[in-house]
Design a protein around this ligand. Structure first.
Ligand code: FAD
Ligand code: NAI
Length: 328
């Protein structure tokens, strides 16, 4: 019997690791506490359509990731997004076009992780709470008290704070993960009955509770939706207002949006707020991935490199590469 490799976390890092291992002929099994894949790259289905509330777009700078994104494009999972970009600074809203290529999932961000998941075995709604290392193999315990295994190796592909306790059997890795601070981000979506009278489709914001906003339907494949805007608060504002009720978060960020637009925006026909507790690492690192190869335990995620989609994908690949290298 082939003993599979367990991967905890079906975000882009976990799926990059899973695909690399699968292509190299290894059996894998993914676990995620959510009901679907994608993590911070997922999309939320709601009354006004499917909205990208986490990662808004991604750039590709490393040659390996550029090649991968080209494959996603060829498969129809990813497409270039060319928004009318603005910049808000010192109270001024100014067009801010540039030459950067920006990618989005098509027809929603989660299309990419869905595509990568394909038919790989996965257990959703399964929060792993403990790892047990027997004589030869690993077993995983979930929050319901059920045991999963045996597994030959374990790759933990969760945000650092969630990885720390799972890394208890490798104290060095656990202390590295424990030292990573991750910052929160509030996201709000507002849908308007009549499209707002502005050509703006994305905006980098300074000097406001907001740091980014985007017109969701300006992304390819989303044009049947009402005019829905996704607003992201800065880390500082999100930290200060971590426990604010959702209605108050919507009200305050709607206010910041109206102030920035320099015209009173109408009452939205739909609104929602989502709190990302571990949105981004406070600093970038150059670890690639963490490994205790003798124990067969690995950790990866955006926090091992840059807090971006590209960093997460590269980190997942790196964890898989080190595992394969150790087996060779
Ligand atoms: P995650 O996507 O967090 O995946 C980890 C997975 O592990 C999750 O699915 C989670 O449910 C699961 N999990 C956690 N604990 C357990 C457990 N105990 N048991 C089982 N499963 C568990 N990046 C960009 O490049 N461009 C952007 O525009 C951008 N904007 C962003 C905006 C916001 C608001 C946020 C939050 C992030 C943004 N990012 C952006 C960052 C990007 O989304 C992340 O860097 C990337 O998606 C992280 O991927 P990951 O696989 O490392 O982690
Ligand atoms: P990028 O190159 O488009 O942006 C990087 C940064 O450069 C931007 O944050 C912005 O400050 C500046 N910038 C880029 N183009 C600009 C323009 N035309 N006008 C004015 N300023 C411009 O993308 P990259 O490097 O891939 O970064 C990804 C994005 O993801 C960043 O915007 C980052 O802030 C965001 N992110 C947000 C998180 C959150 O929790 N809200 C978490 C992780 C990433």
């Amino acid at each position: 019997m082939t003993v599979p490799i367990a991967i905890i976390g079906a975000g882009i890092a976990g799926l990059a690791a899973a695909n690399t291992l699968h292509k190299a002929g290894h059996a894998v099994h993914l676990f995620d506490k959510s009901r679907g894949s994608g993590g911070r790259m997922s999309s939320k289905r709601c009354d006004v359509g499917v909205l990208d509330l986490g990662a808004q777009y991604f750039t590709a700078r490393d040659r390996r990731f550029v090649d991968e994104v080209q494959q996603w494009q060829a498969k129809g999972w990813a497409i270039e997004w060319e928004p009318h970009l603005y910049h808000y600074k010192n109270g001024q809203l100014t067009p801010s076009p540039d030459e950067q290529t920006r990618w989005v999932g098509k027809p929603r961000m989660s299309a990419i992780t869905r595509g990568l998941l394909g038919h790989l075995p996965v257990s959703f709604s399964c929060q792993i709470t403990d790892l047990i290392h027997g004589e030869k193999h690993w077993h995983l315990l979930d929050a319901e008290g059920d045991e999963h295994g045996p597994f030959s190796h374990v790759i933990i592909a969760t945000p650092a704070p969630q990885a720390t306790s799972l890394l208890a059997s490798a104290p060095k890795l656990a202390s590295t993960a424990a030292g990573v601070k991750m910052e929160p981000a509030w996201a709000v979506a507002l849908a308007f009955e009549s499209p707002l009278d502005t050509p703006m489709e994305g905006c980098f914001v300074q000097g406001s509770p907001l740091d980014w906003l985007a017109r969701n339907r300006s992304k390819p494949g989303r044009d049947s939706q009402p005019d829905t805007w996704v607003l992201h608060a800065t880390s500082a504002w999100s930290k200060q207002n971590l426990d604010l009720p959702k209605e108050a978060v919507i009200e305050q960020l709607h206010g910041a949006f109206a102030e920035l637009m320099h015209f009173p925006t109408p009452a939205p026909i739909f609104s929602l707020a989502h709190r990302w507790l571990y949105a981004r690492p406070a600093a970038a690192h150059e670890w690639g991935a963490l490994a205790d190869a003798d124990l067969g335990l690995y950790a990866c995620g955006d926090w091992c490199l840059s807090g971006r989609v590209e960093g997460a994908w590269l980190s997942g690949q790196e964890a898989a590469r080190r595992l394969i290298e150790h087996l060779a």
